[in-house]
Design a protein around this ligand. Structure first.
Ligand code: GLA
Length: 762
């Protein structure tokens, strides 16, 4: 088996090669090849670093780069194509060739990838006849135009044409969305017709493969490990080749939730198994990079909204700035171990230099109106899409003629709003917590109401892909009446040349949205990280380059500033503050801070802090026991009664390994009666699944909901939840309820600690 590929760049006279899916193998020029592949996304890596990251991929032992193509990047407006600079995907593929790497191309058109709208351009939503991801003529016509444009750029780079693109993926995990095989078949034809004369493949999670595979085209499996890989693929393509198109050694982050980090040990063992068993694999992500500008996506979960941060570090083997985590070295060792005798990997390139800069104060200030261009008058609110706007912010303004008091409600806010009355901030609204209303007291006639709305990232996965309009998407009411007569202003700030803004004020003490500007000095150019800890919410530009959005809630607190965007000497920084805390100083540090949650004022969980560790003293021990793996109620009687206000459930092991769940808990008083939970409150947990599996679910009186430990995070035991009972109570027993669906993750050994006051934290 050809493990490290003998692929050599074509140079001037490109010689055709062949890549085949045959007899259970991948064959390159007739020789068996095992793909050791890793995913990287060209818009998420500064173009100046494409080669650097490829060299680090090669040194870890990869022979192939897997890359999504992001339609929105290449066709920002209908029919207007861009393949230049950061969007020069042909150059990305060529650099891979020059570094001796194959490319597995994944052009979607839907890609998911935690990218705004799963990679789709915003304007698809302007055509109400379009139904994406389906056999719909308007949608397929748009797909065809894009795929043909892409074909012109990339078809010359297929192996068959002497390049390094070995395979092309059709759609992405389509089986997780629908089962329209006619659509999939048409898409496959389009890809071929666009000039991609190499084998095609699909990828799906194992359970979704029946809906997502296309007869005759190689199905690959995402997320499977061990024997499951073979059994999954054999159902549709007996004998393989076996390819895990997405192997997850880590996971992405969500604003406001703890940083996702996965130890390398288990993924390294899984990778070893695959390599030993002839399985081809692609590491998702090998190197995640950064969502510069506003390109992050979001997930929804039963009405909740979970936007992803700017950093797409992913805890991947190669970190956000090309830094090798221990996982990189562990994987490299595994790959080296599996290479044919005598073959060695190239040395790991030295780390890129980092630099710092001392604290500076951004004194100059300009109001939001500095960025106002054309303003549109409209009786009713319009969406970003109505305004032909893709990303960024949108500003709505109206005059309220007479004094009125009542609830201001934004019907379908997408996604975050700061509300101002007569130039003063009166509050913010936040889709993450379904917070769409605030009390407004308008005392003056002809008061000016302003609503500044941020597009937090379009949903990139699941059924809400079709609900992706941004801004105020329905209406605004005040005391039950719809507000009309709006002036609407697009603020797609990523394109505005912020360096040309005029900053009229030398200092500003208020908290209104606006821009701050300052300069900092760099002695020696290197990668640096701007520490935004303590700032509110907004976006940053250095020397006119967008570093993306920041948000004090974390877990990301620093903004990656790549060395090629810096100059020796003076550099200009502009910060847009959608929401200000009044902080005006920042500095450049030499390491990112990606795991620090900050205050999240809109959260219903403000009191909860993930990073705290309660001190659980034996002295406070209330009970130690083991629950059975069964549904229904289980009761645990204490030895006598206990007096407590705060109860900590400390779970030592669970039937679900590292995943645990509890549907409902109850406590009995000294007479054996169930204690009313009305005053109960969750004050701490070290793990929970956002919104759907929050710890509140175990005290909500509903047997159908559950607290679940964080998905994809695999938090080590113990899992802990602390409940405040509201009053000091005398307690004689603890009860838990598990329903049929959750019992597989039911808790096993657990301890209860109780205190008549608060727990202390380390
Ligand atoms: C899926 C998708 C990817 C990405 C991962 C999670 O598997 O195919 O695009 O969204 O989930 O990172």
């Amino acid at each position: 088996m050809l493990l490290a590929v003998a692929f050599v760049a074509g140079g001037c006279c490109k010689k055709p090669h062949s890549f085949e899916v045959k007899d259970g193998s991948f064959l390159y020029d007739g020789e068996k090849v095992q793909l050791i592949c890793g995913e990287m996304h060209y818009p998420r890596i500064p173009v100046e670093y494409w080669r650097d990251r490829m060299q680090r991929a090669k040194a870890m032992g990869l022979n192939t780069i897997s890359a999504y193509v992001f339609w929105a990047v290449h066709e920002p407006q209908p029919g207007e194509f861009n393949f230049e600079g950061q969007a020069d995907i042909a150059r990305f593929v060529e650099i891979a060739a020059e570094e001796g790497l194959f490319v597995l191309l994944r052009p979607g058109p839907y890609v998911c990838a935690e990218f705004d709208f799963g990679g789709y351009p915003y304007w698809l939503q302007k055509d109400s006849t379009m139904k994406w991801r389906s056999d719909n003529p308007a949608f397929l016509a748009a797909c065809e135009r894009y795929l043909n444009a892409l074909g012109k750029e990339l078809a010359p780079h297929t192996v068959t044409n002497g390049g390094n693109i070995i395979m092309v993926q059709v759609e992405n995990e389509y089986g997780s969305y629908s089962d329209d095989k006619v659509y999939l078949g048409k898409l496959a034809e389009m890809i071929k017709n666009a000039g991609f004369n190499v084998p095609l493949m699909t990828c799906d999670g194992s359970g979704q493969m029946p809906y997502g595979y296309i007869p005759g085209i190689l199905p690959t499996v995402n997320g499977a490990v061990g024997e499951d890989i073979m059994t999954s693929i054999d159902r549709f393509y007996p004998g393989g080749p076996y390819f895990v198109a997405e192997f997850y050694p880590a996971w992405f982050d969500v604003w406001g939730l703890p940083h996702s980090a996965v130890d390398y040990k288990q993924p390294a063992e899984q990778l070893d198994w695959m390599l030993k068993n002839g399985v081809s694999v692609s590491i998702y992500m090998f190197h995640g990079g950064t969502n510069f500008h506003y390109t992050n996506g979001a997930n929804t979960n039963n009405g909740s909204y979970e936007p992803q941060p700017t950093s797409y570090d992913y805890d991947a083997p190669l970190g956000e700035y090309g830094n090798a985590y221990p996982k990189y070295h562990a994987f490299r060792e595994v790959i080296q171990r599996n290479l044919p005798e005598g073959m060695t990997l190239p040395p790991v390139p030295a780390d890129n230099p980092t630099t710092t800069f001392a604290e500076v104060e951004l004194t100059e200030w300009a109001p939001l109106s500095t960025a106002f261009g054309d303003r549109v008058k409209s009786e009713r609110t319009m969406t970003m899409e109505d305004m032909n706007q893709d990303y960024g912010y949108i500003h709505y303004e109206t005059v309220i003629p007479a004094p009125v008091s009542g609830k201001l409600v934004i019907d379908e806010l997408r996604d975050y709003a700061v509300v101002l009355l007569n130039g003063e901030v009166v509050g913010s609204l936040d889709r993450r917590f379904r917070k769409d209303a605030l009390q407004l007291d308008v005392r003056e006639p002809n008061s000016v109401l302003e609503i500044l709305v941020e597009n937090g990232g379009r949903v990139n996965y699941g059924k809400d892909l079709v609900n992706n309009l941004k801004g105020i998407t329905k209406r605004v009411t005040l005391a039950g009446e719809e507000l009309k007569g709006w002036t609407i202003t697009s603020l797609p700030l990523h394109r505005a040349d912020v360096t040309k803004f005029v900053f009229p004020r030398l200092r500003h003490e208020g908290n209104q949205p606006g821009f701050c500007r300052g300069t900092f000095e760099i002695e020696k150019v290197g990668d640096t990280f701007i520490d935004m800890t303590g700032w509110g919410k907004g976006a940053v530009w250095v020397n006119g380059k967008s570093l993306g959005k920041f948000w004090g809630i974390g877990p990301q607190q620093t903004m990656y500033l790549p060395a090629p965007w810096l100059k020796k000497g003076k550099n200009e920084i502009v910060v847009f503050e959608m929401e200000s805390t009044g902080k005006r100083t920042l500095c450049g540090v030499d390491k990112p801070i990606l795991n620090k949650l900050g205050p999240d004022k809109n959260s219903f969980k403000v009191a909860r802090e993930y990073n705290r560790v309660p001190v659980l003293d034996e002295f406070d021990g209330v009970f130690k026991g083991k629950a059975a793996k069964k549904s229904g109620w289980q009761e645990f009687k204490f030895d006598g009664t206990k007096t407590l206000r705060h109860l900590c459930i400390d779970i030592q092991s669970s039937y679900g390994g590292n995943s645990s769940a509890i549907c409902e808990v109850e406590l009995l008083d000294e007479g054996g009666n169930v204690i009313n939970k009305r005053k109960w409150n969750i004050v701490h947990t070290n793990t929970e699944s956002a919104i759907e599996g929050i710890a509140e679910n175990m005290i909500d009186g509903k047997e159908g909901t559950a607290w679940r430990s964080a998905a994809g995070e695999a938090k080590d035991m113990p899992h802990q939840v602390i409940i405040d009972l509201g009053n000091i109570r005398t307690v004689s027993a603890f009860r838990i309820y598990m329903n049929d669906a959750e019992k597989k993750n039911g808790i096993k050994e657990f301890r209860l600690y109780g205190r008549p006051q608060f727990f202390l934290y380390e």
